[in-house]
Ligand binder design. Structure first.
Ligand code: CP
Ligand code: NVA
Length: 303
């Protein structure tokens, strides 16, 4: 695995291998055992064209714990922010670094970086997908539930980058998926096509209660993602009834988990009550970003 650009590129076996290695790293870290699978002497560039708390900190700490080094490259302070092309930047950074994690808008920029840099590229979120987050989410589900067998995942809200990656990750690991979005805010058409190829495993609806029925895991995410700030008021109206609340949890399975990639807008996509009741699972999910990404870093950047 040279790059992590989307979850579509990973086989179910590879997803499970990443989670297994991530769990090993987590155990070693908690016991203070040095990681034998390390990236001693390797350097990761971290390009951010959007804000981040979790992704930035977990990648930087992850590289440090693996024996490598990470550089924060805000697009505001590099020539990327002044219009230097991705193609040229890729060919420069490829001469200095062993890998790049990039958070940006266009998925094609991440693909171009992979095409022209000659080094490992990891997608730290685009408008299209958020693969690192969903690997951590899958790890959290496997930890809490023991396996993916027979589980139903539900996603309530915007058909955004998170919805796209959750659908792919959950279907690939054998879970059923039910998604409820307002009309006009459905997931990407390629994702719907992909999901429909999993016979009877995927449901897309505009009815939150039917999506949440018998769910084992309920996901949600913000109504307006980064870059959509101009639409925020319009979206508040469209998404008004797309809130993960007690009524939805009441129709889900009794042991239903709640996952949120964070940051959360409590009172919008999730109630404070549900968030706090499931805070343990949600912050396990945030923690697992570190462990899952260390596995991705190692598998993409090792010699
Ligand atoms: N969930 C997530 O990617 O968080 P950040 O935007 O803080 O990195
Ligand atoms: N959908 C959100 C996820 C943030 C981690 C966004 O793109 O802003």
């Amino acid at each position: 695995m040279k790059h992590l650009l989307t979850l579509e590129q990973l086989s179910p076996t590879e997803i499970n291998e990443i989670i297994t290695l991530a769990s090993e790293y987590k155990k070693e870290l908690k016991k203070g055992i040095p990681h034998k699978k390390n990236l001693n002497g390797k350097t990761l560039g971290m390009i951010f064209e959007k804000s981040s708390s979790r992704t930035r900190v977990s990648f930087e700490v992850g590289m440090y714990q693996l024996g490598g080094y990470a550089l924060f490259l805000s697009s505001r302070d590099t020539q990327l922010g002044r219009g230097e092309s991705i193609k040229d930047s890729a060919r420069v950074f490829g001469r200095y670094l062993d890998g790049i994690m990039i958070r940006t808008f266009k998925q094609s920029d991440v693909e171009d970086l992979a095409k022209y840099s000659g080094i490992s590229i990891i997608n730290g979120l685009t408008d299209y997908c958020h693969p690192c987050q969903v690997l951590a989410d899958l790890m959290t589900i496997r930890e809490h539930k023991g396996s993916f067998d027979g589980l139903k995942v539900c996603y309530i809200g915007d058909g955004n980058n998170m919805a796209n990656s959750i659908i792919v990750g959950a279907l690939k690991t054998g879970m059923r998926v039910s998604v409820a979005t307002p009309k006009g805010y459905e997931p990407h058409k390629h994702i719907i096509e992909f999901a429909n190829s999993f016979d009877g495993m995927f449901e897309l609806t505009h009815d939150t209660v039917s999506a949440a029925k018998n769910a084992d895991v309920i996901f949600t995410d913000v109504w307006s993602s980064m870059g959509m700030e101009d639409e925020a008021e319009l979206r508040k109206k469209a998404f008004k009834s797309f809130c993960v609340n007690k009524e939805l949890l009441d129709v889900a399975n009794p042991e239903c988990m709640v996952q949120h990639c964070l940051p959360a807008h409590k009172g919008e996509e999730i109630t404070e009550e549900v968030f706090e009741k499931h805070a343990g699972e949600i912050f396990d999910e945030a923690e697992n970003r570190l462990h899952a990404q260390k596995a991705v870093l190692y598998l993409t950047m090792k010699d």
